[in-house]
Write a protein that binds this ligand. Structure first.
Ligand SMILES: [Zn+2]
Length: 142
């Protein structure tokens, strides 16, 4: 259900944006999916397609392409200010999986690579963002 509510929020935001921009049709939407976002991408994609077909009679969204790009997780140490990503710390595959599927356990596996503090925050890679929306506006259609 998590995937469906996220997809619903994405479609609602896309429709809102298209109204603001005066678009007649949304042709492409690019999403950034955070590395730490717990999401079943197949269900998410299916939900987006389903909602795109049924929302607003599907008129705006019927030929919409959905692109998804991964967004790297970035951590920042609260003690020394160092920023790093998974590539910098060499987790084992099991540790990476554990953190990926339950980001709240990150602090058990990850330490600041500079000062070894476990006191850090996730500054990027935890959500789903709309990177861009492309569409045709009424005036520009041939
Ligand atoms: Zn540090």
């Amino acid at each position: 259900m998590h995937e469906w509510s996220l997809a619903d929020a994405v479609i609602a935001a896309a429709l809102e944006e298209s109204r603001k921009e005066g678009l007649e049709e949304i042709t492409e939407i690019t999403l950034k999916i955070g590395e730490l976002q717990q999401l079943d991408l197949e269900i998410f994609k299916f939900a987006l397609d389903e909602l795109a077909r049924t929302r607003d009679e599907g008129l705006l969204l019927k030929d919409m392409k959905i692109k998804m790009e991964p967004e790297k997780a970035i951590f920042r140490c609260r003690v020394c200010g160092k920023e790093w990503d998974f590539g910098d710390i060499g987790l084992t595959e099991e540790e990476y999986e554990a953190v990926h599927f339950a980001p709240e356990v990150a602090h058990a596996y990850i330490r600041c690579p500079s000062c070894k503090s476990p006191d850090f925050e996730v500054i990027q890679g935890r959500g789903v963002l709309i990177q861009s929306i492309k569409g045709k506006s009424a005036g520009k259609v041939q």
